[in-house]
Design a protein around this ligand. Sequence first.
Ligand code: PMP
Ligand code: GLU
Length: 397
Amino acid sequence: MEYLSERVKSLSVSQTLAMAQKSRELTSKGIDIISLSLGEPDFNTPDYVKEAAKKAIDDNYSKYPPVPGYADLREAISRKFKEENGITYSADQVIVSAGAKHSLINVILSIVNPEDEVIILAPYWVSYYDQIIFAQGKPVVIKAKLENDFKIKPEQLEAAIMKKTRLIIFNSPSNPTGMVYDRKEMEKIARVVEKHEGVFLISDEIYEDIIFTGEHVSMASFDFILDRVITVNGVSKGYAMTGWRIGYIGAPLWIARACNKLQGQFTSGVCSIAQRAALAAIQGKGESQKIMKAAFLRRRDLICGLLKEIRGIKVSIPQGAFYVMPDISFYLGKSDGETKIENSDDLALYLLDKARVATVGGVAFGAPECIRISYATSDDLLIEAVKRIKGALEKLN
Ligand code: PMP
Ligand code: GLU
């Protein structure tokens, strides 16, 4: 007999991780799967970061670290916010967590009460929705259309803000669409937030280093809303350090303190070695990032070009991150005589089964007419994957 809590029952399994797991299982059975499901750079962590971790082991960084992170790491992050993002967060306002995912749940649990509304912009990253549910908040979804490059209009945000709205989660560059808001668009959104006292905004900037055109703008750099923005970031994507599990926030002091309190009861801070590695990463920005960005740009052009040649597929060209979210609604209701495609999750499963390519269906991203493709893999595999996808889609009528 199982006695699971309602809280755990209310959570769905992360679809990005579930699809990645499914493709690993098939691969381990000897099936040739091309995985375009999990969003992680296919590069190795830079050598200078690995050296710092090895040194930290030799230097006996083996005791419990301070709960909010080592002082020098928090100082370095505070400096990074100032120099690269134009935001003034003192080191006290910085909290280091076990990945940006952990930073996000810390913040949500700190400020969302049961029944509070949290606005998310679809297509949204899967975990936002479930983290809000876990905190007993109510996700309110605003939909951005492919025709508008998957960006919402400020009027849509204004219309969604109600008495119970406590939080908005904003993410540029975006996972899953790869779109990037420019300064003017962001300022308009910031002005909407400014009008509504007691409404806070999480700006998830985890993909800030992977932008192909224009510049990254931080929401908290609009100083008229600085005291209402929580900036989330980390080293996973920009430094190819997904496995090290280091994320961080800059936030108003009272929110940073709350997150520290949560960590004090839940984790006792973050792995000491990974923190020393993250310090080296942040201080040593360099060549490796330029190399990764150039590769992602080349692959973006490659995959978008190939996808556009497939009958019925619509693509908005992503401006950042390493995802593309094609609209596949042309295939809904079609069948290969065996499998009928009712929604994009069915299509993702069909592609896994028939094309041996793992993608993620759009339902969990709030975009049931799309699938998400992560193109953080080699050019050759991308070419082969799209060839297989095309072949499988041609069989649907
Ligand atoms: N936010 C977004 C938009 C992401 O895509 C991810 C990817 N994992 C995260 C947060 C969490 O990153 P981390 O690996 O630091 O937990
Ligand atoms: N963020 C990545 C993705 O969306 C990694 C998986 C996850 O953390 O959910 O695929």
